[in-house]
Write a protein that binds this ligand. Sequence first.
Ligand code: NHR
Ligand code: GAR
Length: 226
Amino acid sequence: MSCRILVLISGSGTNLQALIDSLRARPTEGQIVAVVCNRPGALGIERARNANIPAVTLDHKDYPDRETYDQALMEQIDHFEPDLILLAGFMRILTEKFVSHYRGLLLNIHPSLLPKHKGLHTHQRVLDAGEGEHGSTVHFVTLELDGGPLIVRARIPVLAGDTPASLAARVQEQEHHLYPLAMHWFVQGRLRLIDDQACLDGSVIPPEGLKLEDFNNDLREDSYAS
Ligand code: NHR
Ligand code: GAR
């Protein structure tokens, strides 16, 4: 059964592009049925259109509060009947009602080695803390911001002379492998949220998440098979 995927974005959509490209190799497994964006004019909208994916802009500034915005967002999303919702650089915190409505179907990619550096400005905070490594994490979204069960992480070293921009660029390069991998696991029915725990192939994923480097063989475009 082909998985109906919906992607939420706010910005440039390079992660969206990586997801689109990785699905090209296996179109029968899943398809991105829509992209929803909260920022008018975001580059990611153009990426969706170029791939013939319907793109909807729902500007949060047109709504009086978070509850009303999320209500409208849910109505848009439900119209597309998705089986999986991916936050890919989506910059709005979601309400309890939204998160519980899509429980188990919502993944996020966060630019840090969670549980370190939840929230925003992660690249600057890694530099300020003088840390030697950084990275990105895919996790199930729950009510606790960036606190849901971890699925898989990618690491990069912090190098002398790194800036927030140089770190962001190297983190994103990893993300473009990391997010497609997690998406394919979900689409193939291998990744599930069971009793608040992330499970891959029926085994509970350890709290610190899996390591991208352990799945290098799964990363070739033709080899997402189980
Ligand atoms: N919602 C819930 N309930 N739980 C999570 O884990 C979520 C979420 C919504 C988004 C992504 C997250 C990230 O990966 C995410 C995870 C935005 C903010 C934020 O403070 C924080 C974390 C994340 C996304 N947003 C501001 C707000 O007031 C707006 C900032 C802006 O527009 O630039 O919503 O980092
Ligand atoms: C990604 O690095 C993602 O991890 C991060 O924003 C970037 C989006 O890039 N997400 C957040 O900071 C969420 N608050 P993209 O639009 O090019 O995919």
